[in-house]
Design a protein around this ligand. Structure first.
Ligand code: SF4
Ligand code: SF4
Length: 179
């Protein structure tokens, strides 16, 4: 397989600096609203705050890959004496919980590093975090070229998992007649 140079983008999270202000959720959901900046709804954000002030838990988590099924075994983390709930660190849009799903359609959400049109030089959540809890880093790596499924394919896959293939086919056929 051919090797290509790829820009790897990373956001490092400094948990000690996050105060749970949720500015990151706000700007992410506004940037991805349609039309852009027309609304903000944390449920549409690709970064979610796990926020439990009574336990001093403030954990920003980025939406990652779509998961078809929930895990049968789960991890629990204890860091600096704080116990985090099951799934707190998980980035998947998965059937066992409501986070990282577009609230109207139920389609999986995934962080695109603000490469949506117009692409941002630096992720907006990083720019809006005035506490510097989110630190952006870039590097180049040589990787094997791979064909990744497009967002629309992942969205369709999640619909098929939820409603079944026939129902999705019937719905698309009905919609195309209306066009
Ligand atoms: S903007 Fe920064 S400090 Fe505020 S919730 Fe997000 S990560 Fe935490
Ligand atoms: S990098 Fe962009 S898309 Fe990803 S969570 Fe931050 S604001 Fe949202």
């Amino acid at each position: 397989m051919a090797k290509i140079k790829k820009k790897i983008k990373t956001i490092k999270i400094d948990l000690d600096k996050c105060n749970g202000c949720r500015a990151c959720e706000m700007i992410c959901s506004a940037f991805h609203a349609s039309p852009k900046y027309s609304s903000n709804n944390p449920e549409r954000s690709r970064i979610r705050m796990i926020r439990e002030p009574l336990r001093d838990v403030y954990l920003p988590v980025y939406a990652g890959e779509y998961a078809k099924a929930e895990c049968m075994g789960r991890d629990k983390y204890v860091i600096d004496g704080k116990e985090y709930d099951e799934c707190d660190f998980c980035r998947a849009s998965c059937p066992s919980r409501d986070v990282f799903k577009e609230p109207d359609s139920g389609l999986p959400l995934k962080c695109d590093m603000c490469e949506d049109d117009p692409p941002q030089e630096k992720p907006l959540c990083v720019q809006w975090c005035i506490n510097d809890a989110l630190i952006y880093e870039e590097r180049e790596e040589e990787v094997e070229e791979e064909v990744k499924p497009e967002d629309v394919e992942i969205g369709l896959e999640s619909m098929v998992d939820k409603y079944g293939l026939q129902k999705v086919i019937d719905t698309v056929a009905r919609m195309s007649k209306k066009e």
